[in-house]
Design a protein around this ligand. Structure first.
Ligand SMILES: NC(=O)c1ccc[n+]([C@@H]2O[C@H](COP(=O)([O-])OP(=O)(O)OC[C@H]3O[C@@H](n4cnc5c(N)ncnc54)[C@H](O)[C@@H]3O)[C@@H](O)[C@H]2O)c1
Length: 337
C-alpha cells in the first residue's frame, strides 16, 4: 500500500506543478503534507501558491527554495519531512531556450533528475510503500506524420535538446527502477495550457500580444500540429497515477484535441476579441509568419487508451471552456498589473 502522506513536489511553483498542488488540496482523498521544492528560476512564481500558503502554510503546505542538483539540501528535505512520494515537475522547459542554451537543460533536466533519484534511493532503501513519479513529455518520441499516434510503447526519438534531456531523465529514472527496484511511474503529456503559464509559451504570449497591440508571430507555415491538454486535467491524471498507477508503468496523458498552430491562433484571436472587446478582424490581421524554429517537430499526438482503461482517467475540459478560462485569467492579471 502506498503511503502518499508526505509528498515532495519539485517545480511546484511553476505552471503545471502549481496546478497539481492545488489539485491535491482540493481532494477529499488527500489529507497529507506537501513540500514544494523549487529553485524559483524565472519560470517559478510563488504567487501561484499564495492561497495555499495562507490556508495550509506550516501545517500541511511547506515551501523549500532549492535546486534539484543540490544533494545535501535534498537529503535534508527527505529526512525532515519524511518524504514518501516524489513528483518531479522541475525542469527547464522552453524549447527555444534549449536551442540557444542547451547546457542549462542538461544540468537541470538530466543531472537534477539523477540527483533526485539518488536522494530517493538513499532515503527509501528497499521500501515499497513509496513512489517516484517522473513527469515527461510527448516530445521524447519525436515527430509524427499526418497519421498515427505515439503510445507508451513508442521508441524514443528526441529531436531538440529539451526533448533529448527529458528522454535522458526518463531513461535514468527507468534504470533506477530496473537496477535498484526504486518504485517508479512515468507520465508523458501533450502540450498543456491554462492559467499560471509563463508568458514565453505560445498561448500566454499570444494573448498578451493581442492585448498589447503587437504582431502575432507564427513559426514557419503554422501548420505544425499539437494536442492541447488543460493543465487541471493533467494534474488530475498525475493524482490518479499516484493512487492507482502500477509500479514500473508509463502512462500517456493527452486530450485528443489536435490543432494546427495556425487554427489554434485564429480561434484564440476570436475568443480573446470576444472576451476583451477587441476587433476580431484587427487581431487576425496582426498574424505574421516568421522563420521556422530549428528542428521544429511537425506533429505530436498521444494514444491515451491505457490510462483511460486501466486507471479510469479522462480529460474533462473541452478546449473552448479551457481557453476561455485561460483568456479570462490573463485578462484579469493584465488589468491588475
Ligand atoms: N508545459 C507543457 O506543455 C508540458 C508538456 C509536457 C510535459 N511537461 C513537463 O512538465 C513539467 C513542468 O512543466 P511546466 O510547463 O510547468 O514548466 P515551468 O517552466 O512552468 O516550471 C518549471 C518549474 O521548475 C522550477 N525549476 C527549474 N529548474 C529547477 C531546479 N534546478 N531545481 C528546482 N526547481 C527548478 C522552476 O522554478 C519552475 O517553477 C516539466 O518537467 C515539463 O517537461 C510540460
Amino acid at each position: 500500500m502506498r503511503k502518499l502522506e508526505n509528498l515532495l513536489v519539485t517545480g511546484g511553483a511553476g505552471f503545471i506543478g502549481s496546478h497539481f498542488v492545488h489539485r491535491l488540496f482540493s481532494s477529499k482523498s488527500f489529507s497529507g503534507r506537501v513540500v514544494v521544492y523549487d529553485l524559483l528560476t524565472y519560470a517559478g512564481n510563488l504567487s501561484n501558491l499564495a492561497v495555499l500558503e495562507k490556508s495550509y502554510g506550516r501545517t500541511r503546505f511547506f515551501f523549500e527554495q532549492g535546486d534539484i542538483c543540490d544533494t545535501l539540501h535534498l537529503e535534508r528535505v527527505f529526512k525532515v519531512y519524511d518524504i514518501d512520494t516524489v513528483i518531479n515537475f522541475a525542469a527547464e522547459t522552453h524549447v527555444d531556450s534549449a536551442i540557444s542554451d542547451p547546457g542549462r537543460f542538461v544540468k537541470t533536466n538530466i543531472t537534477g533528475t539523477f540527483t533526485l533519484l539518488e536522494a530517493a534511493k538513499t532515503f527509501w532503501k528497499e521500501r515499497t510503500d513509496v513512489l517516484f513519479h517522473q513527469i515527461s513529455t510527448d516530445e521524447v518520441f519525436g515527430s509524427l506524420g499526418q497519421r498515427g499516434k505515439f503510445s507508451e510503447e513508442s521508441p524514443y526519438n528526441p529531436r531538440n535538446p529539451y526533448a533529448a534531456t527529458k528522454a535522458a531523465a526518463d531513461n535514468l529514472a527507468s534504470s533506477f527502477f530496473h537496477t535498484y527496484g526504486l518504485p517508479l511511474t512515468i507520465s508523458y503529456s501533450s502540450n498543456n495550457y491554462g492559467p499560471n503559464q509563463h508568458e514565453e509559451k505560445m498561448i500566454p504570449s499570444m494573448i498578451q500580444r493581442m492585448l498589447d497591440g503587437r504582431p502575432l508571430p507564427l513559426y514557419g507555415d503554422g501548420l505544425q500540429v499539437r494536442e492541447w491538454l488543460f493543465a487541471g486535467d493533467h494534474a488530475e491524471a498525475v493524482w490518479v497515477i499516484l493512487q492507482k498507477g502500477r509500479v514500473g508503468e508509463r502512462y500517456a496523458v493527452g486530450s485528443g484535441m489536435e490543432y494546427r498552430n495556425l487554427d489554434l491562433l485564429q480561434l484564440l484571436c476570436c475568443m480573446t476579441a470576444d472576451e476583451a472587446g477587441l476587433s476580431k478582424k484587427q487581431l487576425l490581421s496582426r498574424l505574421v509568419f516568421v522563420k521556422d524554429r530549428k528542428g521544429h517537430d511537425q506533429r505530436y499526438a498521444l494514444n491515451t487508451e491505457k490510462i483511460r482503461k486501466e486507471l479510469g482517467w479522462s480529460p474533462r475540459t473541452p478546449v473552448d471552456e479551457g481557453l476561455r478560462k485561460t483568456i479570462l485569467w490573463y485578462l484579469d492579471r493584465s488589468k491588475s498589473s
